[in-house]
Design a protein around this ligand. Structure first.
Ligand code: C2E
Ligand code: CA
Ligand code: CA
Ligand code: CA
Length: 392
């Protein structure tokens, strides 16, 4: 580009940002006599990004003062990562752009108009709302852990063939000081969104294993020589984004003194669907801890049967929705049968979730499903209730 060329002008709509490769560029504000140079850019500097980030017209004019070469950064290239970033990060970036804009206008002797269209203000308010909500939830959930407001309940999992206790699933509960008991459906998604699920999941593993050690001790005195039931713990995909979390798991398991083969981790299909490479790595490392792995809610979501053999799995948990429709819906019954058969072929065990009726139980027995969990057999209960049940 030759010298003295306008790249963009104040007030224009902006679609691209630029990186200056060679030459020099002048950024100015105002027009005619009021025009002031606010910056001279050197090679390596980025410019034109502010209008894109603020979703506003160009706040300044860019002119070459020497022959220049430019690298064009398309809107999408710049904005995709920002739009998908954490909302607090987005809010921070937008605020910084706004302040920088004000500072530049002040420096250039321009009136400080906090301009911006209605749509822009709305978009800004939305990001702010999202960011605030996230910060608040995060604070509340962190407080819940600190104030010991979280608890685990345990729901028995029985062998379908003889009804014996095979294990139990740890299910999180939040005893909120004002709202009372909050079911996990209302806070786990928020915990996942805010990232707090990482700490909460760690807490669940720690607490679950402590309580499991006590339950298993009771079991051993009542059933000497028999292997104690396993404990199943839910692990959110978000807990495994960072593989170093698995080292922490190892530390927690070691500290609790629980044999890893008594621990089953339940992971949803989304982990495998989102990034199969990463999932294979994460599941492989978990498996190396000596625990067993289950896919939760199997059959919902993204079920691609093709991935099953790629991961070191032990168990499929058949989603409640299929189990509860099994007695009156042929398709669901066929699906449960297909899952049980497939699992058998792959050497995996099956757990049917949400068994509520005798008819469902009988059906599952006939299909050869290994384990069942549901209100028919038992509802989730506290650790002390479970110990009491086992002591009888
Ligand atoms: P999930 O992992 O599918 O857990 C089974 C849910 O089904 C539990 O709900 C359980 O109480 C319920 N359930 C069991 N049997 C029956 C039945 O016969 N009928 C009916 N209608 N429901 C039955 P809950 O405890 O409300 O948990 C809901 C979800 O919250 C869980 O679904 C799981 O996705 C999540 N969750 C719970 N605890 C944790 C946790 O510690 N970590 C993570 N990441 N998620 C958790
Ligand atoms: Ca589960
Ligand atoms: Ca489930
Ligand atoms: Ca039913």
């Amino acid at each position: 580009m030759a010298a003295n060329q306008v790249i963009f002008r104040e007030g224009e709509a902006g679609d691209d940002a630029y990186i200056l490769e060679s030459g020099r560029i002048e950024i100015s504000m105002g027009e005619g006599d009021a025009q002031r140079v606010i910056a001279v850019l050197e090679p390596g500097e980025i410019f034109g990004e502010m209008a894109l980030i603020a979703n506003a017209p160009r706040s300044a004019t860019a002119t070459t003062i020497e022959p220049c070469t430019l690298l064009v950064l398309r809107r999408n290239r710049l904005m995709k990562p920002i739009e998908t970033a954490d909302p607090i990060m987005r809010l921070t970036i937008q605020m910084m752009v706004e302040r920088l804009n004000d500072a530049s206008r002040w420096k250039a002797g321009q009136p400080l108009i906090s301009q911006g269209s209605e749509a822009q203000r709305r978009a800004f308010a939305e990001v702010r709302e999202l960011a605030l909500r996230r910060v608040r939830t995060e604070r509340e959930l962190r407080r819940a852990i600190e104030k010991d407001e979280l608890a685990l309940h345990y729901q028995p999992i029985v062998g379908i063939a003889d009804g014996s206790l095979a294990g139990y699933e740890a299910l999180m509960r939040w005893n909120h000081p004002e709202q009372g008991f909050v079911p996990p459906a209302r806070f786990i998604p928020l915990a996942e969104e805010s990232g707090m699920v990482v700490q909460m999941g760690r807490w669940a593993l720690e607490r679950g294993l402590q309580e499991h050690a006590a339950i298993a001790a009771v079991y051993r005195t009542v059933h000497p020589g028999q292997p104690p039931p396993f404990i199943s713990i839910n692990v959110s995909a978000a807990q495994l984004h960072d593989l170093s979390e698995i080292d922490r798991f190892a530390g927690i398991i070691e500290a609790a003194g629980v044999e890893p083969d008594q621990i089953k981790l339940e992971i949803t299909e989304s982990l495998m669907a989102d990034d199969p490479e990463h999932a294979a790595e994460a599941l492989g490392r978990l498996k190396d801890l000596g625990v067993t792995l289950a896919i939760d809610d199997f059959g919902t979501g993204y079920s691609s049967l093709s991935y099953l053999h790629r991961f070191p799995l032990d168990t499929l948990k058949i989603d409640r929705s299929f189990v509860s429709r099994m007695d009156h819906d042929m398709a669901s019954r066929l699906l449960v049968r297909a899952i049980v058969d497939l699992a058998a072929d792959l050497g995996l065990q099956t757990v049917a979730e949400g068994v509520e009726t005798e008819a469902e139980y009988a059906e599952l027995a006939e299909l050869g499903c290994d384990f069942g969990q549901g209100y028919l057999m038992a509802r989730p209960c506290s650790a002390s209730d479970l110990r009491g049940m086992l002591a009888q």
